[in-house]
Design a protein around this ligand. Structure first.
Ligand code: NAD
Length: 481
C-alpha cells in the first residue's frame, strides 16, 4: 500500500515542504513506515511567519467573542470526528485506542473550549491612587510558536495553541515529527471550521532543522515548549539571548509516597495506572514508588502480581491495557535502561524485556511492565527519566526519610501521597519540591490550576490564567485626575 504523504498547513492551505523532502513515519505497533512527514526547513518557517504576519492585525483586533466562536467551531469538529481521531492517534503513537478514546481526544476539544471561554471572561486590572488611576491592558504577543512532544500528541498540541489563539496571537505550531498525524487532521478541521488563513500554521519536521528555524526566526516573540529536559536546555540557550518569552515543560522522575495507613485498594489500583498508563510515557507517571517499610512486602508482592496481569497487546484490541512504545529508538533506550538497572544491582521482580505480541504486531515495539527493587536512590536508574513502563520500589521508615528520598532528584514535576492522615498529607504536600501534588489520587486535572515543574522539570506554568498571562504582554496606563 502506498504511504500517505502529509502536508504543512500554512496560510490556510495544505502545502508541500519547499525542500520537496519528507521524513518516514512509523506505526509503533507494527514497526512499519505508513506515512511521510514534511522535512520542513527555514524557508517553510519564513512562509508560515509571513502568513501569520498578514493575519495578525485582523485576528488580534477582532472581538474576543468572534475568536471564541471560531475556536468553538474547531472544538465541535474535533468532537464530531472523535472516532477517526482516536484511530489516528492510536496508530501514530502506539497507545491503545481505549486510552485515546477515554483521555487524549476528549481533552483536545475540552482544551479549546476551556481557553475560548476563559478569554471571554478576562478582565483588565485597575489600581486607583488618590490623584490618578491605573489600568492594565493585556495585549497578544504577536506571532508565537508552540512545540510539542509525542507522548500525548494532539492533547498537548491543543493545550498550547488554544490559549495562544484565544489571547489573540497567531501561532506557528510544530508537533513532534514522531507523531504528526493528528495535528495534520486538525489542519483539515481548521480549514473546515473557517479559521482565518494564517492564524494557525502547522509546520512539520525535525527538531534539529524545523525546530531550530523556529527558534531563530526574529519575528516570533515567544516559545512555548513541552519535551525533554535536554532539548529544553538547548532551547533556553538559543532563545534567551534573543529575549523571546519562554515557557518550558520538561521531564520528571516523580515519586509516589505510600504510607501504611492509606486506603490500600484505591492506592493499589491507582498506582498501577500511574506506573504504566500510556506505557509509562506520561510526564506525570510515578516512576519511583516509595513504600513505608511495614507495608513493603505486602505491597511488593501484590503489585508485582498485578503488573504481570496487565495485558500488553495490539493497540486496536479493546482488552489491551498497554500498547506499543512510540519508536524504535525509544524502545532501545528503555531496554538499555533496564540493562543498566541490572548492572547497578537492581532485582527485576517482573517484566524486564520485550513483550511478544503475535499477528500483525509481531514486529512492533512492545515492552513488559517492569518492576525493580534493591536500588539506592542515587543510582542512575533512580535519577534519570526512563519514560517507559518501568518503576522502582524503595522502602522508607519515617516521614522525613520519605521526603528526603522524594526530593532527592534533579527533577520536580509531580508527586502522589497516599495516606489517610490529613495532617501528614498537608505537611508532605508543603515540603515536596514539585509543582503538582496529588493526595490519594492521580491525574485529576482541573484546567484552571497552574501546571508545571520545579528544578529541571521546567520554567513557568501552564493552565488557566497562567497560560493567558504567558501569551499576553501587559501595558499599564496611568491617568492623572
Ligand atoms: P523532545 O525534547 O525530543 O522533543 C519535543 C519537541 O521538541 C518535538 O517536537 C521535537 O521535534 C522538538 N525539538 C527537538 N529538538 C529541537 C530543537 N533543537 N529545537 C527546537 N525543537 C526541537 O521530547 P520528546 O521525546 O518528544 O518527549 C518526551 C519528553 O517530553 C519527556 O522528557 C517528557 O517528560 C517530556 N514531557 C513533559 C511534559 C510536561 O508537561 N512537563 C509533558 C509531556 C512530555
Amino acid at each position: 500500500m502506498p504511504v500517505k504523504q502529509i502536508q504543512n498547513y500554512i496560510g490556510g492551505q495544505l502545502v508541500d515542504p519547499q525542500s520537496g523532502n519528507w521524513l518516514p513515519n512509523f506505526e509503533p505497533a507494527t514497526g512499519e513506515i505508513y506515512s511521510e512527514v514534511p522535512d520542513s526547513n527555514a524557508q517553510d518557517i519564513t512562509h508560515a511567519v509571513d502568513a501569520a504576519q498578514s493575519a495578525m492585525a485582523a485576528w488580534s483586533q477582532c472581538g474576543i467573542d468572534q475568536r471564541a466562536e471560531i475556536l468553538h467551531r474547531v472544538a465541535d469538529l474535533i468532537d464530531q470526528n472523535r472516532e477517526e481521531l482516536v484511530a489516528i492517534e492510536s496508530r501514530d503513537n502506539g497507545k491503545t485506542e481505549t486510552l485515546a478514546r477515554m483521555i487524549d481526544i476528549p481533552r483536545c476539544s475540552k482544551n479549546i473550549r476551556f481557553f475560548a471561554n476563559l478569554a471571554m471572561g478576562l478582565a483588565s486590572e485597575s489600581h486607583s491612587m488618590p490623584d490618578a488611576i491605573n489600568y492594565t491592558l493585556r495585549r497578544p504577543l504577536g506571532i508565537v510558536t508552540c512545540i510539542s512532544p509525542w507522548n500525548l500528541p494532539l492533547y498537548l498540541f491543543t493545550w498550547k495553541i488554544a490559549p495562544a489563539l484565544a489571547a489573540g496571537n497567531c501561532v506557528i505550531g510544530k508537533p513532534s515529527e514522531v507523531t504528526p498525524m493528528s495535528a495534520h487532521r486538525l489542519s483539515e478541521l481548521c480549514i473546515e471550521a473557517g479559521l482565518p488563513e494564517g492564524v494557525l500554521n502547522i509546520v512539520h519536521g525535525s527538531g534539529a532543522v524545523t525546530g531550530d528555524a523556529l527558534l531563530n526566526e526574529p519575528r516570533i516573540s515567544a516559545v512555548s515548549f513541552t519535551g525533554s529536559t535536554q532539548t529544553g536546555k538547548h532551547i533556553a540557550s538559543v532563545v534567551s539571548p534573543q529575549f523571546k518569552k519562554l515557557s518550558l515543560e520538561l521531564g520528571g522522575k516523580n515519586p509516589n509516597l505510600i504510607f501504611a495507613d492509606c486506603n490500600y485498594e484505591a492506592m493499589m489500583e491507582t498506582t498501577l495506572r500511574s506506573s504504566f498508563a500510556n506505557q509509562g510515557q506520561i510526564c506525570l507517571c510515578g516512576s519511583r514508588i516509595l513504600i513505608e517499610r511495614s507495608l513493603y512486602p505486602k505491597f511488593r508482592d501484590e503489585f508485582v502480581q498485578r503488573a504481570q496481569q496487565v495485558k500488553v497487546g495490539d493497540p486496536q484490541d479493546t482488552d489491551s491495557i498497554l500498547g506499543a512504545v512510540v519508536s524504535q529508538p525509544h524502545y532501545d533506550k528503555i531496554l538499555k535502561c533496564i540493562e543498566l538497572a541490572k548492572n547497578e544491582g537492581g532485582k527485576i521482580l517482573c517484566g524486564g524485556g520485550p513483550a511478544r505480541v503475535d499477528g500483525r504486531c509481531a514486529n512492533g515495539w512492545f515492552i513488559q511492565p517492569t518492576v525493580i527493587e534493591g536500588l539506592p536512590n542515587d543510582c542512575q536508574t533512580n535519577q534519570q527519566e526512563i519514560f517507559g513502563p518501568v518503576v522502582t520500589l524503595q522502602p522508607f521508615d519515617t516521614d522525613d526519610e520519605a521526603l528526603q528520598l522524594a526530593n532527592d532528584t534533579a527533577y520536580g514535576l509531580s508527586a502522589t501521597i497516599w495516606t489517610q492522615d490529613v495532617s501528614r498529607a498537608n505537611t508532605m504536600a508543603d515540603r515536596l519540591n514539585c509543582g503538582v501534588v496529588w493526595v490519594n489520587c492521580w491525574l485529576i486535572r482541573d484546567l484552571r490550576t497552574p501546571f508545571g515543574g520545579y528544578k529541571q522539570s521546567g520554567v513557568g506554568r501552564e493552565g488557566g490564567l497562567e497560560a493567558m498571562r504567558f501569551f499576553t504582554e501587559t501595558k499599564n496606563v496611568c491617568i492623572k485626575y
